[in-house]
Design a protein around this ligand. Sequence first.
Ligand SMILES: [Zn+2]
Length: 127
Amino acid sequence: MSQKEINLLIALEFLNLQKRNKHPNGYFDAAKRWYPDESEKCQECESIREPSYRFPNSKMVHCRTLKHIMSKYNVKSENGKFIKRICKEYKEKVPELEVIAKGIGLTLADLFKPKSIQFIKKLASGE
Ligand SMILES: [Zn+2]
């Protein structure tokens, strides 16, 4: 998979998370505070304020940001501007973007499988 294709998938995941078509992997505790699963965590997650009574979704808000998604999949920050451009172009056309993603042999569901996450991380790091 090329970097361009990875960027496209990252954009697609971001738009779906923003539109609440998808949700980050995590759980609510008894006090309705949300915490990310291990599979969801990125390097930045720890530095985000702990969920509290007043801010139960502090980590969930972070887990829907492009910064988190790029960090989670180990995509270099220099790709940010390209991903933002794709997002701008396809903001209202997520189904179209999904068709393109399918065209490169990955379904959106694949993105959320731990195997695919490792695969994408590997590709992104150029190993
Ligand atoms: Zn994070």
